[in-house]
Design a binder for this molecule. Structure first.
Ligand code: ATP
Length: 205
C-alpha cells in the first residue's frame, strides 16, 4: 500500500530545480509548485485577494479590479511590517493549496509521485512535512552564468542573489538525495531519471 509522503524538491537560484520539476512532471509526477501558487495568490477570486484589499485598501486596485502588484510591491518594499502582513496572508494560502491538491491527487492516484517544489523548503519548515527531500545543486560559476543569461543581470548582482540564500552545502547536508547539475541538460535528465526511479521504488517500502 502506498503511504502519503510527498517529495520535497528544492535548490538555490538557477540550480536547475525548475528543469528537474518539469522532468518529474513529464514522467507522471504531480508537482505542486509553491512559486506558481503564490504568483496567483492575489488573483481576483482568491481568499488572499479579499484579505489583501481589506488590509491595504482599495487604492491598491487597478480600474478593472485587479490588484496592482507593482503598487503592493512598492508598499512592502519599504515597510517590513506590511511585508510581514502580506506574507501572513499569502503563505498560509500557498500551504493550504499545496496540501489540498496533494491530498486530492493521493486519494485519486495513490501510486503517483507527489512532489512539492518549494524554493525555501528548509528555511520555511516544509521539509518537516515531506517524506524525502531532493536538492538540486550546481557550481556557483555555472549558476552565475545561467542567471546572467536568463535575467540579463550583472555577475555581481547574480552573486548577491546566490549569497542571500542558504548555502548549497547546508542544503546538501539536509537532503536525502542530491542532483548535481554541473554538466549538460542530457546529463541532468539522466541523473534526474535515476532519482525519479529510486523515489518510485522506495514509495512502497
Ligand atoms: P530559479 O530558482 O532561479 O527559478 P531554477 O533552479 O528553477 O532557477 P532552472 O530554471 O531550471 O533553475 O534553470 C535556470 C536556467 O539554466 C534555465 O534557463 C535552464 O534552461 C538553464 N539550465 C539548467 N540546467 C542546465 C544545464 N545542465 N545546461 C544548460 N542550461 C541549463
Amino acid at each position: 500500500m502506498s503511504t502519503y509522503a510527498p517529495i520535497g524538491l528544492t535548490g538555490g537560484i538557477a540550480s536547475g530545480k525548475t528543469t528537474v520539476a518539469q522532468l518529474f512532471r513529464s514522467w507522471g509526477a504531480f508537482v505542486a509548485d509553491a512559486d506558481d501558487i503564490s504568483r496567483h495568490a492575489l488573483d481576483v477570486g482568491t481568499p488572499c485577494y479579499e484579505q489583501t484589499v481589506g488590509t491595504f485598501g482599495r487604492h491598491i486596485l487597478l480600474p478593472d479590479g485587479v490588484i496592482d502588484r507593482k503598487k503592493v510591491a512598492s508598499i512592502v518594499f519599504s515597510d517590513p511590517e506590511a511585508l510581514a502582513v502580506l506574507n501572513g496572508i499569502i503563505h498560509p494560502y500557498v500551504h493550504e493549496v499545496i496540501l489540498t491538491d496533494s491530498e486530492r491527487v493521493f486519494a485519486e492516484t495513490p501510486r503517483r509521485l507527489i512532489v512539492w517544489d518549494v524554493p525555501l523548503l528548509f528555511e520555511t519548515g516544509y521539509d518537516r512535512e515531506v517524506g524525502k527531500t531532493v536538492v538540486v545543486t550546481a557550481r556557483q560559476s555555472l549558476r552565475i552564468q545561467r542567471i546572467v543569461a536568463r535575467d540579463g543581470s550583472t555577475k555581481a548582482a547574480a552573486l548577491r542573489r546566490i549569497r542571500a540564500q542558504m548555502p548549497d552545502r547546508e542544503k546538501v547536508k539536509r537532503a536525502d538525495m542530491v542532483i548535481r547539475n554541473n554538466g549538460s541538460l542530457e546529463e541532468l535528465e539522466t541523473r534526474t531519471r535515476e532519482v525519479f526511479d529510486e523515489l518510485l521504488e522506495t514509495m512502497d517500502r
